[in-house]
Design a binder for this molecule. Structure first.
Ligand SMILES: Nc1ncnc2c1ncn2[C@@H]1O[C@H](COP(=O)(O)OP(=O)(O)OP(=O)(O)O)[C@@H](O)[C@H]1O
Length: 308
């Protein structure tokens, strides 16, 4: 289990992390979700031991994790941290880059293990290619394979799919997270991608200005966002006054009705989303958003039901 209690952490004067207290059970996947600059990378670096936390403690099981003031070489052997700037060795092949990071227990079956890791990140065809010849996304995939090569107990991933095209991203995420579950590797992923956090984590921690503002399972966070800020991370929200109370509704909570209802709106625009349309409409001078199976023409009058 990981136990983090950071009262505050600052690079200069202004604290970048404030009151960060949480635990992660072995094998769980946590997403730290937040906008750029909110402190996600700083938190991962603090856990890994690259930053000196003077005002707080971090434990993995019974071991206190110490910062650079105490460790000659920062970092712990049982933790892997995949930074945003993956530093690979450019003049050797993809397979050799991964091979250099294998745990000892795989030395006998070295080639088999390298092949397995290449498969997880879908880079089998590039095994013998020099890293300097790879694209940014391909390098990121090699860096991911290298991070899991040593079978860490705790894996810290900082925007691990940021350079990978949409075409590959989903398959790669599925491969990787299935592999981590199978190996019982605890994982914390920093991301600003709400879809990724919803699909691939056991718990999401929403971060804002260096602190967690809501922590919950993906289902709970999506259906019960604490405030507008959290809700707006998961899509366009509608703010309506229902029975004298302000309500925030996600697009799927507003349903088109075939019969007249008290909730009337006029369509502004329909945006094609692949399997549905996101419809922007105006209701009592407020913009609202709903999903529709078909495109609706501007100025069409629509009647809506609220679906909780
Ligand atoms: N080495 C540093 N020295 C001083 N300030 C820093 C340093 N690194 C980061 N910061 C500041 O700390 C804050 C948090 O940065 P951090 O990189 O942790 O955010 P982030 O949420 O990971 O953002 P991103 O998604 O853009 O990577 C920012 O205001 C940033 O400018």
């Amino acid at each position: 289990m990981l136990r983090v209690n950071i009262h505050s952490f600052a690079y200069t004067e202004e604290p970048v992390l404030k009151n960060i207290n949480f635990e992660v059970e072995k094998g769980l996947h946590i997403s730290i979700l937040g906008e750029s600059g909110c402190g996600k990378s700083t938190l991962l670096k603090a856990i890994y031991g690259l930053l000196q936390v003077t005002n707080g403690t971090i434990f993995w099981e019974d071991k206190k994790l110490l910062g650079p003031d105490y460790n000659l070489v920062p970092g712990e052997p049982f933790i892997k941290y995949l930074a945003q700037d993956f530093d690979l060795m450019p003049f050797i092949s993809v397979a050799e880059n991964i091979g250099k990071h294998l745990s000892r227990r795989f030395m006998q079956q070295r080639q088999k293990r390298i092949d397995e890791l290449l498969e997880v990140v879908d880079m089998t065809d590039f095994a013998d290619t020099h890293v300097k010849l790879l694209s940014g996304g391909q390098k990121q995939r090699v860096a991911l394979a290298r991070a899991i090569a040593k079978e860490p107990e705790l894996l810290l991933l900082d925007e691990p799919f940021s350079h990978i095209d949409n075409f590959r991203r989903n398959a790669l995420r599925r491969n990787l997270y299935v592999y981590l579950k199978k190996e019982d590797i605890t994982c914390i992923t920093a991301t600003h991608d709400s879809e990724e956090a919803l699909s691939f984590s056991d718990e999401i921690k929403m971060m804002r200005n260096g602190t967690f503002i809501q922590s919950a399972s993906p289902e709970d966070l999506y259906t019960n966002p604490k405030n507008n800020y959290v809700a707006s991370f998961f899509g366009d929200i509608s703010r309506l006054t229902i029975a004298g109370k302000e309500a925030m509704l996600m697009p799927h909570q507003l349903e088109l009705s075939e019969t007249k209802t008290p909730l009337i709106a006029s369509v502004l625009k329909s945006y094609y989303k692949g399997s549905y349309y996101l419809v922007e409409a105006l209701s009592e001078n407020k913009k609202i958003y709903l999903n529709s199976p078909h495109s609706l023409k501007p100025e069409t009058t629509i009647y809506l039901n609220i679906n909780n």
